[in-house]
Design a binder for this molecule. Structure first.
Ligand SMILES: [Zn+2]
Ligand SMILES: [Zn+2]
Length: 181
């Protein structure tokens, strides 16, 4: 599958967002990376919809909206971000969006990120792509890990030794961001 091709740094351009800065009581994404996406959003959306269909999810306007918004977002989104976004054209209420997020998470299409005492963030999972994040335990800033992933080599070794195929990993590193440290 031609998903999540990596650039020379090993960093997937699809996750090119850098910082979620705190602004009063909510988080605003700042995208100041200039990587162009490897696949266009429309292709990613149709691939995600197909994965949703295969996993048994009924195709609804709300489902399509949620998937599209998550893919087009420059970073992880909260339930509130999704439910209150003007892009949610189906007008689904918060409870509906929440149920959809649960279903998508159960089926491995999206991933829930974050800290227990804060609202969770959701990101799309792209098969074969990197999903590693740095999370500040003090202010809640989330950044995509912008280094060549050292786990890749380990993954290959594990696959070889165990006979498992299609290995993937999802890492969350917690710590203090430069501002809070
Ligand atoms: Zn911080
Ligand atoms: Zn990794």
């Amino acid at each position: 599958m031609e998903l999540g091709r990596l650039d020379e740094t090993g960093y997937n351009s699809l996750f090119a967002f850098s910082c979620i800065a705190q602004n009063s009581d909510r988080y605003i994404m700042h995208s100041d990376h200039s990587h162009a996406p490897v696949l266009d959003a429309a292709t990613l959306i149709s691939q995600a919809m197909e994965r949703a269909r295969v996993s048994g999810l009924r195709r609804t306007k709300a489902l399509e909206d949620v998937i599209r918004i998550l893919i087009e977002a420059s970073g992880p989104l909260t339930l509130g971000d999704l439910a209150e976004s003007k892009e949610l054209k189906s007008g689904a209420d918060k409870a509906t969006v929440y149920r959809l997020l649960m279903k998508l998470e159960e089926r491995g299409l999206i991933r829930r990120l974050g800290l227990h005492d804060r609202s969770a963030y959701y990101v799309m999972i792209y098969p074969g792509a990197h999903n590693d994040f740095l999370i500040c335990t003090k202010c809640g800033v989330i950044e995509a890990l912008d280094i060549a992933c050292p786990v890749e080599a380990l993954e290959k070794k594990i696959a070889k030794q165990s006979g498992f195929s299609k290995l993937y990993h999802e890492l969350e590193f917690f710590g203090l961001c430069p501002k809070c440290g």
